[in-house]
Design a protein around this ligand. Structure first.
Ligand code: F6P
Length: 325
């Protein structure tokens, strides 16, 4: 067993529904093991600016169902520099903090790796991002909620698309990863899904809409991941319409996908992962991410989690294409 008595927990990068459930699990597991738990406010910025809050048992009451993060979050430029990380390490030592649990995405994990390697701080990461773009875990906390939030809007848009015989181009989040687009594309019955992993082809979408129209379809849903086309869904839609002249509208779902009450699935993986993060530190582990594989928590080296791009399941694209025609 490692000599861990006092841990810090922080959330960093884009927030994700379920982060609060993860914080709760870290705090309550820590306290159950007689650890002192401190929250760092606004992620790495809190470590540098020494903005810490004591996390007692009631500090995490009534948050399992809430979106956002009670610890707030930010993307800290200062922490990207060695001097910033040295200040953070000094502050952790001054507070008597032995280890850090960081909840976030790949940027957060890179920060944890540097903090551990360069400053000798013990760290564990918990994947929390709506993007589901982390290697070594089936799901990141927040992805399931974001997908369901987007899907609810897409279903509503389908109603009006059908009434007006329109083509709707719906932009969902995902600058470099098409995971949300693929999932909502298939589950929302989209006729076309444009993801960053596959070069976008305007002609192909034009053909698809033309063929669909010939078969009697009068309305269409095209899902575009935000990073899949230069200029986003608006530019893609215009180029399609310039070629084949369709009555279209563009809907950018945006940050609505980042908020809201987490689904049961996200709450469960957040709770399991938060608990495992503390257990891993107590067992003397360092530099690990708590991943989820086939519903079970696993430890994966943080280096592996940030190495390369997670491959999305392009099978979803094929299936969506076949069954939406
Ligand atoms: O990483 C999560 C995410 O929501 C991405 O899907 C999106 O591209 C980005 O954050 C948006 O970041 P910001 O909130 O800084 O605009």
């Amino acid at each position: 067993m490692a000599d861990v008595k006092h841990i810090a927990v922080l959330t960093s990068g884009g927030d994700a529904p379920g982060m609060n459930a993860a914080i709760r699990a870290v705090v309550r597991t820590g306290l159950a093991n007689d650890l002192r738990v401190t929250g760092a406010v606004r992620g790495y910025r809190g470590l540098i600016e020494r903005e810490f809050v004591e996390m007692g048992p009631t500090s995490v009451s009534n948050i399992i169902q809430t979106g956002g993060t009670i610890l707030k979050t930010s993307r800290s430029d200062d922490f990207m520099k060695p001097e910033g990380r040295a200040t953070a390490a000094r502050n952790l030592e001054a507070e008597g903090i032995d280890a850090v649990v960081g909840i976030g995405g790949d940027g957060t994990f890179r920060g944890l790796i540097d903090l551990s390697r360069e400053q000798g701080v013990r760290v564990v990461g918990v994947p929390g991002t709506i993007d589901n773009d982390i290697t070594g875990t089936d799901n990141t906390i927040g992805f399931d909620t974001a997908v369901n939030t987007a899907l609810e809007s897409i279903d509503k848009i389908r109603d009006t698309a059908q009434s007006h015989d329109r083509v709707f181009f719906i932009e969902v989040m995902g600058r470099e990863c098409g995971a949300i687009a693929l999932e909502v594309g298939l589950s929302g019955g989209a006729e076309a899904i444009i993801v960053p992993e596959v070069p976008a082809d305007v002609d192909e979408t034009c053909d698809l809409l033309t063929r669909g129209k010939k078969r009697g379809k009068t309305s269409f849903i095209v899902i575009v991941a935000e990073g899949a086309y230069k200029g986003g869904a608006a530019t893609f839609a215009k180029e399609v319409s310039d070629r084949i002249g369709v009555d279209y509208r563009v809907s950018i779902l945006g940050h609505v996908q980042r908020g809201g009450s987490p689904t049961s699935f996200d709450r469960v993986i957040a709770s399991l992962s938060g608990r495992e993060a503390v257990n891993a530190l107590l067992a003397g582990k360092n530099g690990q991410m708590v991943g989820v594989e086939c519903g079970r928590v696993v430890l994966v080296p943080l280096e592996k989690a940030v190495a390369g791009r997670k491959t999305v399941d392009l099978e979803l694209l094929k299936v969506a294409h076949i069954i939406s025609q």
